[in-house]
Design a protein around this ligand. Sequence first.
Ligand code: APR
Length: 169
Amino acid sequence: MTRFELVRGNIVEQDVDAIVNAANSSLLGGGGVDGAIHEAAGPELLAACELLDGCETGAAKITPGFQLKARYVIHAVGPGYYSEPRHAELLASAYRRSLELATAHGITSIAFPAISTGIYGYPLDEAAPIAVGTVSAYVREHPAIELVRFVVWSADAEQRYQDALNNLH
Ligand code: APR
């Protein structure tokens, strides 16, 4: 059975097979999680991203992790909450497509940030149950994923995720 962990911390420091980036559709970097990951991974990450030809909202693409502890970065593009009327569907899709890439690459441990809840404005109380619910449904069908770690930045986010995890049982 897949183990779930919830930690407050920095996504770039996670020692897992893959960390997920909260990217935008250009895949060419930004602030928040995206900026931190590019800074920690080094310039080779941007060079690898430049070859990917962008990524649609709700989808994901994979690169090596370069100087990160993680072997891979999965670049997921979440929706803007206010700019995208289908935000709930697209947020779930960003998590699912990330996990599909993990499965395809034999990844057994993966760390997610709270996609779309920063610059993209998605309220945490709505995003946390989508994140936890979508991931939980996926790993029930794909038990080869042994560890999913949700990495959050704030105490408030931690509480929202804890509530969502409690509601799973
Ligand atoms: N580790 C873990 N969580 C972090 C970190 C970090 N180093 N930095 C920020 N966070 C948290 C934020 O507090 C927020 O809850 O991650 C969540 C996602 O925030 P953003 O990084 O702003 O991502 P998002 O809302 O998906 O916006 C994506 O921002 O940087 C640009 O290129 C990116 O355009 C894209 C947009």
